[in-house]
Design a protein around this ligand. Structure first.
Ligand SMILES: [Fe+2]
Ligand SMILES: [Fe+2]
Length: 247
């Protein structure tokens, strides 16, 4: 059975400023179910913080295959995230002007994630998913639909997506940290690119979990029907990840 992951509070002063008025459901908000352990318990290999030789041992075929799939999924997911917020923002901002800074903050972070993965796919000549047009349409419809349903549904959408995506990034971080530890044990340099990738995916993972916190603080769990909505979105996310790894 998947253990529960207690997502620790990561509220920065900025997050406090962005937190919307009227949040009243703090009690149940920190628990997401995931097969990965808490980010707070993950190792921090020393070589991540040391200057590395840019000439490092090339990745193995298995490692390349893993990154090929993972980075393709990441780019597709970030595309979807930007489109969800783009479609949600007009109705949500109109009905709840106090949420405008939060919606913009989350969109801006997603746009930054998308830009990073676009650049890395281009640099390493990794093909984007063939489902790109399909995911674009689905994300736009999902954002529009939950935006029309209202603030709680829009936040439930973010909660569901970030639960899945947080787990997805967590798995990648753990795999990459495993590589780093293995290389350290063999006395190998990990290389600037791998070092940068681990740091960047960790940062993105933390920002996704921050979005999850914002969503719950803004009454995601008051959405109606909450269970059905988040259940369908989470199954959809898992399906999209599975397909994008392959196609
Ligand atoms: Fe993102
Ligand atoms: Fe996100």
């Amino acid at each position: 059975m998947a253990p529960a992951l207690l997502v620790r509070a990561r509220l920065t002063p900025l997050a406090f400023q962005l937190r919307a008025r009227g949040s009243n459901n703090a009690a149940s908000r920190r628990t997401i179910i995931t097969s990965s352990a808490s980010p707070a318990t993950e190792p921090h290999p020393e070589s991540l913080d040391k200057p590395q030789d840019s000439r490092s041992k090339p990745l193995s075929a298995r490692q390349k295959k893993f990154l090929d799939k993972a980075l393709r999924v990441n780019q597709a997911g970030e595309l979807a995230a930007t489109l969800i917020y783009t479609s949600q923002a007009p109705p949500i901002n109109k009905a709840h002007p106090h949420l405008r800074p939060l919606m913009k903050h989350m969109y801006d972070q997603e746009a930054g994630h998308f830009k990073y993965f676009n650049e890395i796919l281009a640099k390493h000549r990794i093909r984007p998913t063939a489902m790109y047009p399909m995911w674009s349409a689905a994300a736009t419809v999902l954002g529009w639909g939950t935006g029309i349903m209202g603030r709680e549904a829009a936040m439930a959408c973010t909660e569901a997506v970030e639960t899945e995506i947080g787990e997805h990034y967590n798995g990648q971080v753990r795999e990459l940290l495993g590589w780093v530890t293995e290389m350290e044990d063999k006395g190998e340099e990990i290389g600037e690119e791998l070092q940068g990738l681990v740091k960047q995916i960790r940062k993105i993972r933390d920002e996704e979990l921050e979005h999850l916190d914002h969503a719950v603080e803004n009454d995601a769990k008051q959405a109606n029907p909450y269970e059905l909505l988040t259940g369908v979105i989470r199954v959809g996310c898992r399906g999209a990840i599975w397909v994008s790894e392959k196609v």
